[in-house]
Design a protein around this ligand. Sequence first.
Ligand SMILES: Cc1cc2nc3c(=O)[nH]c(=O)nc-3n(C[C@H](O)[C@H](O)[C@H](O)COP(=O)(O)O)c2cc1C
Length: 187
Amino acid sequence: MLSDLNILLGVTGGIAAYKAVDLASKLTSAGAKVNCILTHSATKLIRPKSFAAITSHPVLTGMWEKPSAGYNAEISHISMAQNADIIVIAPATADIIGKAANGICDDLLSTTLCGCWNKPVLIAPAMNNNMWENPAVQKNLETLKGFGFHTIGPETGRLACGAEAIGRMAEPADILKKIEQIAKEIK
Ligand SMILES: Cc1cc2nc3c(=O)[nH]c(=O)nc-3n(C[C@H](O)[C@H](O)[C@H](O)COP(=O)(O)O)c2cc1C
C-alpha cells in the first residue's frame, strides 16, 4: 500500500514521542521510505538514533546542523518538502499546530512544513487536556483543517499528568490506517 511513497515524519516535543518510533516502524514495514525530522524538544524525549535505526535513514534535527556522515547534503527543508508524498506530524504539539496555522518558520520542521502546504499533511495532536481545550489551540486546528490538513485524534484516556481526559495521541496502528487512506486518495 505504501511501497512507492516517501513519508516525512515530523516528531515534536510531546510525551507521546516514544510512540512515533512504533509509527516509523509500521510505516517502514508497510514499504514506505520514511524520513524523520525531530524538533529540538522531541530530542529531549526520544533519541534520533531510534528513528535512524528503524527507518535506515539519517534523522534531521536542526536547520543549521551539518548533515551526518553519508547523508545527502542536498537534502534541506526545501528538498525534504519536495520529496515528500505525505507529511505526518505525530505527535503534534500545541506549538507546531500554532506555527503551522500561522506560517511561522523558526526551526527545520516548521520551515519544511511551510513548504508542504499543497501536499497531504496529517496531524496527530497530543497534549494535556487543558492545552487541548485552549481556544487558541482549537482555532489553530480549525485553521489547519481549513487549509486541507487531515487530523486524527486526540483520544480520551490516561494522560502523562495522570488525569483521565482527552489529549492522548491516536494509536500508531490507527495513524497508519489513516495514512493508508490518504495514500489511496493520492494514487
Ligand atoms: C516532559 C514534557 C512533556 C511535554 N508534552 C507535551 C505534549 O504532550 N504536548 C504538547 O503540546 N506539549 C508538550 N510539552 C511542551 C512542549 O515540549 C513545548 O511546548 C515545546 O516548545 C514544543 O516544541 P516543538 O513543537 O518544537 O517540539 C511537553 C514538555 C515536557 C517538558
